[in-house]
Design a protein around this ligand. Structure first.
Ligand code: ATP
Ligand code: MN
Length: 437
């Protein structure tokens, strides 16, 4: 069988652009990337070539090579074989004199967006062309920061003795009650997409004590806000033998570690985004629900114990407490059935939200581990204990007291990158209107 040109050509690089330097003068290299810019200047053509590690100038000369780049479009993918040489260009410390130019893939113009951002595109156009949008260095920086955030979370929790687990996303019963589940046909049965790992992570404390999960979860809510998606990434922990205040400490330290890690590791990314990531002030304020409604009362927003805090209330609290703070000890009746009451104040729960100004980042608390109490709470909330049989069985097998939280990773990313819209920090966001690409 005759091999095509594609098969014959070696598409490998000898170097990533980011590893090249002026000290390599005279060295022959093979680089590959996409053409950000090209300028003809008499008998020379200058290409600005970018790969994921950096950007370099390529000087193309000679009839054959010039012919190759004659109709070359921006964003096309090329392979350059050439030698490193000094550059006179202001923006480049060195350049590559091309000996051979191979066009690996042509970009067909007009492109849907300009990834250099010279022509501004709206978020919808950019999301519709997300793959291309990632050639914009600002966009790419968001996802490098996201990667480093995840790396740090895994390291911190692992160091604290938490084991990473994966729980099912296809579930057979509406685990937390909730009308906000997506349902799907599962052969001849009805199934749902998990809205959180809550029940599984609680069960897992029985045998594994300290666990965490980082995964997508699903909420069938028609929320049109900059903080809600129908598919979002949650970081969840659950730990046996810890009270709610213990897991609050872990959450606070985790947030601080993430900020410190990203500040150090994502220097160029901060420049690209025009931001400075700085370690937040600690300890985070701890404001009880009772204090919060008192503060709101003084601002003319009268609330009684038991009233939920609406967006308008959280906005006002966010003005009083800018930055990170914990909102603790919510009325028990506002909390899900699995949340533990305070022993000395049974209307109040051992619960907390982590806020960043008005924005809720995390909810957590101490959980009930007594199945009798759980059944009573299920009935109180109009839920059927029979639906929870599988879950409740585990509570008869020696369930340790436990606490945990769920942290919205996408929302945390908006705080880190100082970008309002959660859609910007998710590769292919899903919201009530957006199901493609
Ligand atoms: P909200 O009141 O803001 O809708 P929630 O209280 O319903 O959030 P929880 O069930 O407490 O959310 O989930 C834990 C965390 O997961 C939230 O604090 C948030 O950071 C994140 N989260 C929840 N729902 C979404 C969503 N639809 N989109 C993005 N993140 C979400
Ligand atoms: Mn919540």
């Amino acid at each position: 069988m005759k091999e095509s040109k594609d098969d014959l050509m070696d598409i490998k690089k000898t170097h990533d652009i980011g590893t090249l330097s002026p000290s390599m003068k005279g060295q022959k290299v093979v680089v590959g990337g996409w053409v950000e810019d090209l300028r003809e200047l008499g008998k020379l053509t200058f290409l600005t070539l970018r790969d994921v590690t950096g950007v370099s100038q390529i000087v193309v000369a000679g009839t054959e090579n010039l012919q190759q780049v004659k109709d070359l479009t921006r964003q096309s993918v090329v392979q350059i074989t050439g030698a490193v040489q000094e550059s006179k260009a202001r923006d480049f410390a060195y350049e590559i004199k091309a000996e051979k130019v191979e066009i690996l893939s042509r970009a067909i113009h007009p492109l849907p967006i300009d990834p250099l951002g010279r022509l501004e595109s709206g978020i919808d156009n950019r999301l519709n062309a997300r793959a291309l949008d990632l050639r914009n260095q600002k966009t790419a920086s968001i996802f490098k920061i996201r990667h480093n955030t995840l790396l740090c979370i895994r390291k911190v929790l692992t160091d604290r003795g938490f084991l990473e687990v994966n729980t099912p996303k296809i579930i057979g019963s509406a685990s937390e009650g909730g009308a906000n589940l997506f349902s799907l046909k599962y052969f001849d049965k009805q199934a749902y997409l998990a809205q959180s790992p809550q029940l599984y992570k609680e069960q897992l404390t029985l045998g594994l004590e300290r666990i965490f999960e980082i995964s997508s979860f699903y909420r069938a809510e028609k929320s049109h806000t900059v903080r809600h998606l129908t598919e979002f990434t949650s970081v969840d922990i659950e730990s046996a033998f810890m009270d709610y205040t213990d897991v609050m400490e872990i959450l606070e330290q985790l947030i601080v570690s993430v900020f410190e890690h990203v500040e150090k590791t994502c220097i160029q990314e901060q420049k690209n985004l025009g931001i400075e990531i700085r370690k937040p002030k600690t300890p985070f304020d701890r404001v009880t629900y009772r204090q919060a409604i008192e503060e709101l009362g003084k601002q003319g927003l009268a609330l009684s114990f038991g009233d939920d805090l609406l967006d308008s209330h959280l906005r006002k609290l966010g003005e009083i407490h800018p930055g990170f703070y914990f909102l603790t000890e919510w009325p028990l009746k506002l909390k899900p059935f699995y949340i533990h009451e305070k022993e000395d104040d049974i209307e109040v729960s051992k619960s907390f939200d982590l806020q960043y100004g008005y924005l809720e980042l995390s909810s957590g608390g101490r959980r009930l581990h007594d199945p009798v109490k759980i059944k009573a709470r299920l009935l109180e909330q109009g839920l059927d204990p029979v639906q929870f049989e599988d879950h409740l069985r585990a509570f008869d097998w020696g369930m340790p007291p436990h606490s945990g939280w769920g942290l919205g990773l996408d929302r945390l990313m908006t705080v880190l990158t100082q970008i309002d819209n959660v859609r910007e920090v998710v590769l292919y966001p899903r919201d009530p209107e957006r199901l493609f690409p």
